[in-house]
Unconditional design. Structure first.
Length: 281
C-alpha cells in the first residue's frame, strides 16, 4: 500500500511538495539468500527498503497552448535503514557533486527561476526534471541501482538517460567492470558482446557499423554504463551514444555462461554467490 502525505509550504520562494512513500519493498522473506563466507554460501536475508520522494514546484506559472502549468523537479528513490546504503543511493543521484537530494532538486528550480527573470518572461514554458531510482538487482552481496532521469528545459524535446551502478554492499563500494572481467580478457569479452549486439540488431558478422551507428571509426565498443542482472551483464546505451535520438536506447545482456572463463577470481566469487542465491529462492 502506498500512503502519500502532501505538504505545501512556501520556503525561500519555492513551493515544496514532500511525498513520503511508506510501503516496504521487501523482495524476499526467506532465510536462505546467500552471502559469501570465504568460498561458501551462507543464508542471509535480502535488503528491505521503503520508497521516499521529494518534489519541488516553481512559483512561476507557465502557459502553453492555453493551458496553465508549472515547472517541477522530483526524485523518487529507495531508502534503507542502514545509512551507509543510503549513501550509495545518493551516489547514483548526485552526479554533479550536490551535497544532498534537496539541493539537487532546488538547483533545477532555481535555474528555471533565473531563466524566467533574466528573460523577463510572464508566462514561460514549464520545465521538468524527474529522477526515478530503483533496484534492478537486490541480493545479500550485490545490488544494482538504476537511475532513470528525464529532463526538459525547452527545445523540441526533452532528454533522458539511465545510469546503472553496481555495489558490493559488504564493503560499501562501487564495482567497475574490471572487478568482474580481467583487463587482459576485455578484448575477448568485447567480441562476445559485439556478437550479441549484432544478433540483436539483425546484422551479419561482416556488416559495417559505420552506417547508422556512432561507434568511433565504425568499431564496436562497450557502453561505459553497465549493470548486473540475474542472467548476465547488462550494457545500456543512452540516446545519442550510438544512435540518433529518434532511435532511442539500446541494451544488451551478456549471459554469465558465455564469459565464465573471462572472470577474475573475485568476479567468479561474486557470480557464484549470485547464482547460488537465485537457486536457493
Amino acid at each position: 500500500m502506498l500512503i502519500s502525505i502532501f505538504k505545501r509550504v512556501y520556503q525561500s520562494g519555492f513551493l515544496v511538495l514532500g511525498i513520503v512513500g511508506v510501503f516496504a519493498c521487501q523482495n524476499n522473506q526467506k532465510e536462505n539468500p546467500l552471502t559469501s563466507n570465504g568460498n561458501t554460501a551462507v543464508a542471509k536475508d535480502t535488503l528491505s527498503y521503503s520508497m521516499d520522494s521529494l518534489r519541488i514546484l516553481s512559483p512561476y506559472i507557465a502557459s502553453h497552448e492555453d493551458q496553465m502549468d508549472t515547472s517541477y523537479a522530483e526524485v523518487i528513490y529507495p531508502k534503507f535503514e542502514d545509512s551507509s546504503l543510503n549513501q550509495l543511493v545518493d551516489q547514483t543521484i548526485l552526479l554533479e557533486g550536490e551535497p544532498d537530494i534537496k539541493t539537487y532538486v532546488n538547483n533545477f528550480i532555481e535555474g528555471y527561476g533565473n531563466f524566467v527573470e533574466e528573460n523577463n518572461l510572464n508566462y514561460p514554458i514549464a520545465w521538468t526534471k524527474s529522477t526515478k531510482v530503483g533496484l534492478i538487482l537486490n541480493t545479500p552481496r550485490l545490488i544494482c541501482i538504476k537511475n532513470g532521469t528525464y529532463e526538459y528545459s525547452g527545445g523540441a524535446h526533452g532528454n533522458f538517460f539511465e545510469n546503472l551502478s553496481v555495489f558490493d554492499i559488504e564493503n560499501n563500494r562501487k564495482l567497475e567492470l574490471n572487478a568482474f572481467i580481467s583487463d587482459n580478457k576485455m578484448k575477448e569479452f568485447t567480441k562476445i558482446a559485439e556478437n550479441i549486439f549484432r544478433t540483436k540488431e539483425g546484422l551479419s558478422d561482416t556488416s559495417s557499423l559505420a552506417n547508422g551507428y556512432f561507434f568511433e571509426n565504425g568499431n564496436f565498443s562497450l557502453a561505459a554504463n553497465y549493470g548486473i542482472t540475474k542472467d548476465g551483464f547488462l550494457f545500456h546505451y543512452n540516446p545519442y551514444e550510438i544512435k540518433p535520438y529518434a532511435e532511442g536506447t539500446t541494451s544488451i545482456v551478456i549471459p554469465y555462461a558465455q564469459v565464465d572463463d573471462l572472470l577474475t577470481q573475485k568476479g567468479k566469487l561474486y557470480i557464484d554467490n549470485l547464482k547460488a542465491y537465485f537457486h536457493s529462492i
